[in-house]
Write a protein that binds this ligand. Sequence first.
Ligand code: DC
Length: 234
Amino acid sequence: MKESFIIALDGSAASGKSTLGCALAKKLNCLYLDTGVMYRAVTWAALHHHIDPTDEAAVSALAETIRLEILPPNENDGRQATILVDGTDITWEIRTPEIDAHVSLVSSYPGVRAVLTRQQRDIARRGSVVMVGRDIGTVVLPDADLKLFIEASVEVRARRRYEERIARGEPADYDAILAAMVRRDKLDREKPISPMVPADDAIIINTDNLSPEAVMSRALALLEEALSAKKERA
Ligand code: DC
């Protein structure tokens, strides 16, 4: 595929959107950005600097000053990218239940969103990209060539998260993960700015009963369709 393209992949936590996004980017040989890691990194930085996550002004100011780097994976430990904040590798530190518990609040701050949205748009200007998040098709890249909204039931998503934690050798409690996920979904959906909703022109894919391979072939077929329609319009 030679022409440049932008794919916006939105959806809830553990819906399968980052697995799909990463595989798509590999297959299409383009940049992959999971924007959730950026909100997680700001949350980590706040906790690391002993800033109260409920202190909106302090967290927003911090988002302006940290140096956030998202690099190709530098270790073969299952990571999709290496995440650095001011030079410290926090790739796995941003996946703890403590970060999960605070990240929705941090991501609801307009100041934090403004900083990260700007960085995300700058990244998309570099070339073809698969960008994953909650508001990519609605806010960050509304002109994306293909917008997919990935869904799965909360029970299936909690089970996936539980299995990921067990696979990493971390303690995991399915009921606690499920309860936290229900809570976070509600916060993400009801955020006054950039709530998690499909764009009007997004295609919704439910992954409950689909293998990652099936989701991938559907996404590739949809991209091909979208790009030929774009060519016809040009
Ligand atoms: O996809 P994730 O679980 O890593 O996302 C972490 C949090 O960041 C989640 O609560 C929603 C928020 N988020 C957001 O508000 N906008 C995005 N584009 C990506 C994530």
